[in-house]
Every structure is written in structure tokens, then in C-alpha cells.
Design a protein around this ligand. Structure first.
Ligand code: PGA
Length: 241
């Protein structure tokens, strides 16, 4: 496990974008596992900036997003499909047919999970997986108690996750109660894992996840066992370690 201290959110975003950029330069047809949320937004902004300057080319990459709310369609502004297009895909030359996000409108759970796992496998696995971390230690939508050995599955969201994500919805009642998520087994199989964390509200969970026991109660703690895991945090998020 490697921990990189960043001065602030901008510095964290630039450092993480540099690592992603290096991955794309070293392997132009790489498979990037991508994440939504406030933590990675700055990374996407930075990557768009470098793309506009001609420094990076996304035309050959495949993207595989971590998760999607069950019940939300691509058109819904709160869907992760929408988030990714709005914050990243619409601004760079990633090919639409190489973008993968779980289909929140597929109500056949077994079929959707099998379809997504098959895509990941068929692409040869993930070269670099980008992650944020939830205040409850979730990665993707793998909430506390999630079995480490799962592939893509459908989860009931924790109350703390619904509380944290209600900022994107008009009211809390609108936050879907379920989501599709890539499983921890798949995340652990990624060849490289990069996590970004910022802000005071992440300080406790960062300490618990990476300096406490490895336990399904803190899903991110399993990353202590990953052979190539890098955490980039700002001063606030790393203030307790
Ligand atoms: P955030 O979410 O980046 O919006 O804090 C992280 C997460 O829930 O994984």
C-alpha cells in the first residue's frame, strides 16, 4: 500500500490524473475502471484539460464503471451514466461503444450481473481501478458486511450512503434504495487500484480502513492486501494517520 499526501483537493486530483494519464500513455488500449462522486470530479476535469491540450488520447480505452442506481435510466440526471457523460465522456474522445456502466433499468438482477461480469472478463480484466471511499468504508456500493468474494451484484444501500448522496437529489426520498455494483472480488482483481479521498469527513474511515483490521465490516480494508494499491488523500482526509 502506498499513501501519497496531497496539499488539497486540486493537488490530489492532479496527482491522480497523472497516474491515470501515465496508464493511458503506457497502454493506450487499457481498461479503466471508473468511479463517480465528488472525489473523482477534479480528476476528470484535469484529464479533460490535458486532452484539450493534446496531451492525452482516450480513443482506444475501454471504461468500466463501478456502479449504478437500480431503477434509474441513462437519461436521469442522477444516474451514474449521466454523471460520467456530463463530467468526462462528453468532453473527450472515448468511443461510445467502449463505455460500460451497469444498466439500472434492467430489473432482471441475475441477468444484469452476469452481463456485466461477462464484459469485465471479456475485456481481460481491469488495468487500473479508480475508487472513492464512503464514510462507512464502502467501495463502489459494497456496503459494510459485503462478502469479499462477490462479483457484480445488487445491493441495498446503507442509510449513511443514502444520507451522503441525497445532495444529488431533490429530496432524500428520491434516492434509490438499491444499486448494482461491481463486487470486491472484481475490484481486487484489478491490476492497479487508485483511491482518492478528501475532506475531514473521510479522516476516521481512512484510519479505520487502512490501519485497522481487514474485515467485511469495513469493505475498503481489503485493499490492504492488494499488491498495487495507492491512496492519494488531501491533508484533511489523512489527518488521523
Ligand atoms: P464521494 O463518494 O466521492 O462523493 O465522497 C465516495 C463514495 O461514496 O464512494
Amino acid at each position: 500500500m502506498k499513501i501519497i499526501r496531497a496539499k488539497d483537493y486540486n493537488d490530489m486530483s492532479r496527482k491522480a490524473a497523472n497516474i491515470i494519464s501515465a496508464q493511458v500513455i503506457m497502454k493506450p488500449n487499457c481498461v479503466l475502471g471508473l468511479a463517480t462522486g465528488g472525489s473523482p470530479e477534479g480528476i476528470y476535469k484535469q484529464l479533460i484539460d490535458w486532452y484539450n491540450k493534446g496531451d492525452i488520447d482516450f480513443s482506444e480505452i475501454t471504461t468500466i464503471n463501478l456502479d449504478e442506481y437500480k431503477g434509474l435510466s441513462r437519461e436521469s440526471e442522477q444516474s451514474y451514466w449521466y454523471f460520467m457523460h456530463h463530467h468526462f465522456f462528453d468532453h473527450v474522445n472515448v468511443r461510445p461503444q467502449k463505455i460500460n456502466v451497469p444498466d439500472g433499468t434492467n430489473m432482471n438482477v441475475e441477468e444484469e450481473c452476469a452481463r456485466y461480469d461477462h464484459i469485465i472478463q471479456a475485456k481481460g480484466g481491469i488495468d487500473l481501478q479508480l475508487l472513492g471511499i464512503g464514510v462507512d468504508g464502502h467501495i463502489g456500493f459494497n456496503e459494510p458486511g459485503a462478502a469479499f468474494e462477490l462479483g457484480t451484484h445488487c445491493v441495498d444501500l446503507d442509510e449513511s450512503t443514502i444520507e451522503a448522496n441525497k445532495r444529488y437529489f431533490e429530496k432524500k426520498e428520491d434516492v434509490p434504495r438499491q444499486a448494482y455494483t461491481m463486487g470486491i472480488k472484481t475490484i481486487m482483481q484489478a491490476r492497479k487500484v487508485l483511491m482518492v479521498a478528501n475532506g475531514k469527513n473521510k479522516a476516521d474511515i481512512i484510519k479505520e480502513a487502512f490501519f485497522g483490521p481487514v474485515t467485511p465490516q469495513v469493505p475498503a480494508s481489503i485493499l490492504q492486501m492488494h499488491p498495487d494499491f495507492t491512496l492519494i488523500g488531501d491533508e484533511e482526509a489523512l489527518s488521523k494517520i
